[in-house]
Design a protein around this ligand. Structure first.
Ligand SMILES: [Zn+2]
Length: 464
């Protein structure tokens, strides 16, 4: 009996394990994600499980790479970049390879014992120059003692302990890119841990991934405010196994005040999933005068929870996301990551018509064709030109983001439309719902948060 149980367990477990292992060995995950032979590099020093975890955060590192390129184009003189958390140094090595002999100074922090592995690899490939430094230090000490234009935090677990130091370390108008894998806490598996680390009430519901992102951002904003700084969220991504947030750090108490005012509680009805941010006030008032939904009757009040506090402002800047998409294409990052970035772009604009969406997509793919053509013919000469094109295309006056698209208001939270469809019948297809909503004049788009999710300006009630 026990044998059968064991056999069943193994039988379920083995195939995914084997395919993962095979992918890793074939270099598939490695080449796609990290551009450096991570497995080969680390296999002597650590277990397969840990290495595969490093490889899985490839999207986050791809975003960091594109962001660093954007920061580089914005900066006169040397751009200083820091891969702050002392773990594998994978991101830093990737930058050293990509931005070899460019005007960037890179510091990468590695765990004790891994520094030599990194240094050896960089040296063998001639990437180890004066502008690349490998250290093994306490991340807090490192960040408190140096300032950078771009800081990248990649943490397995929670990122909260690093935020104060990280925000302090970023120069005015620099970028902070944060990645953590703290999914179980952020999906409220243990409410006391969520309270202790993030200071927030959480709930596992249809839009909990976005709540997780917003709670992380609220913690970044709170840390920034302590140093009289504010933040502007440029983009975010929630793709297994982690969350990534990119924000700009702005110096000055005024910016701090603005960001703090964006941290609010969320009213959430457990019956109909209706949701609304509660304005910050010191008075005890139910909502802003109006009731949240129609679930309450005269006898029974609806179970309305207060979640958060969390970030209530925008979580995407369409201009920045577009810039990231184009940069990713130009840098020829893996197509898998580019597809996710395109989805984030569509989500960030949340178009009103199919034509607008097609126009946006056409722009990114057209650019794709051009850049490949250029790279084939004269790589060195054209590269400079391409850089300037990116700044042009991604600048505030980018022609493909029309004035109208920019005027669309940010829509907080996606819905899982199957939760709201008529019970008993076949659930409608995502595209059908999308087209129906657009034909009724609402903004609507797919979301990268999940295959069944929709972001739309229609309210949950209108959905039914
Ligand atoms: Zn309700």
């Amino acid at each position: 009996m026990y044998d059968l149980f064991l056999y069943k367990q193994l039988y379920c477990y083995l195939p995914t394990f084997l395919t993962n292992k095979m992918n890793l060995l074939n270099g598939k995950l490695v080449e796609n994600n990290a551009e450096i032979p991570l497995v080969k590099l680390y296999e002597d020093v650590m277990s397969f499980k840990r290495v595969s975890k490093v490889c899985e955060l490839g999207l986050s590192r791809a975003i960091a790479l594109a962001c660093l390129q954007i920061v580089k184009l914005e900066t006169d003189g040397v751009t200083s970049a820091l891969d702050a958390v002392n773990s594998f140094g994978a991101a830093g090595m990737q930058w050293a390879k990509r931005f070899f002999s460019e005007n960037i100074s890179i510091t990468l922090n590695t765990a004790l014992g891994l520094g030599d592995v990194c240094r050896k690899w960089l040296n063998e490939n001639n990437y180890l120059t004066d502008s690349v430094k490998v250290v093994s230090m306490d991340p807090q000490v490192l960040m408190h003692s140096s300032k950078h234009k771009f800081v990248y935090l990649e943490v397995t677990g929670t990122v909260v302990p690093y935020l104060d130091a990280a925000v302090r370390s970023v120069n005015h108008n620099g970028l902070l890119c944060v990645t953590c894998t703290d999914t179980s806490t952020l999906y409220n598996k243990c409410p006391t841990t969520a309270q202790r680390l993030y200071g927030a009430n959480l709930l596992k519901n249809e839009y909990c991934k976005e709540v997780a992102i917003r709670v992380i951002i609220a913690n970044i904003a709170q840390s920034a405010a302590r140093w009289n700084k504010g933040i502007k969220v440029e983009m975010c991504a929630a793709v297994e196994p982690g969350f990534t947030v990119v924000c700009r750090v702005l110096r000055g108490p005024k910016h701090g005040d603005i960001s703090i005012s964006s941290i609010q509680l969320l009213e959430h009805c457990q019956l109909c999933q209706a949701r609304r941010f509660k304005p910050r006030t010191k008075y005890i008032t139910p909502g802003n005068g109006k009731t949240l939904c129609k679930c309450s009757t005269e006898e029974v009040a609806a179970p309305i929870l207060l979640l958060g506090p969390m970030w209530s402002g925008s979580i995407f800047q369409p201009d920045f996301v577009l810039k990231t998409c184009l940069t990713a294409t130009q840098m020829n990052l893996s197509s898998e990551h580019r597809k996710i970035l395109e989805l984030i772009l569509l989500e960030s604009v949340c178009c009103k018509t199919n034509e607008e969406e097609e126009k946006l997509l056409k722009h990114t793919t057209q650019f794709n064709g051009e850049s490949q053509l250029n790279q084939e013919s004269e790589p060195e000469h054209k590269k400079v030109k391409l850089d300037s094109e990116v700044t042009q295309v991604g600048s505030e006056n980018s022609p493909c983001l029309t004035k109208e698209m920019r005027s669309y208001k940010h829509i907080p939270f996606y819905c899982d439309f199957q939760h709201h469809s008529v019970k008993g019948g076949n659930p409608p297809k995502l595209l059908t719902v999308l087209n129906e909503l657009r034909s009724r004049g609402y903004n609507a788009s797919k979301t990268h948060f999940g295959p069944r999710g929709l972001r739309t300006s229609a309210s949950v009630e209108q959905f039914d």
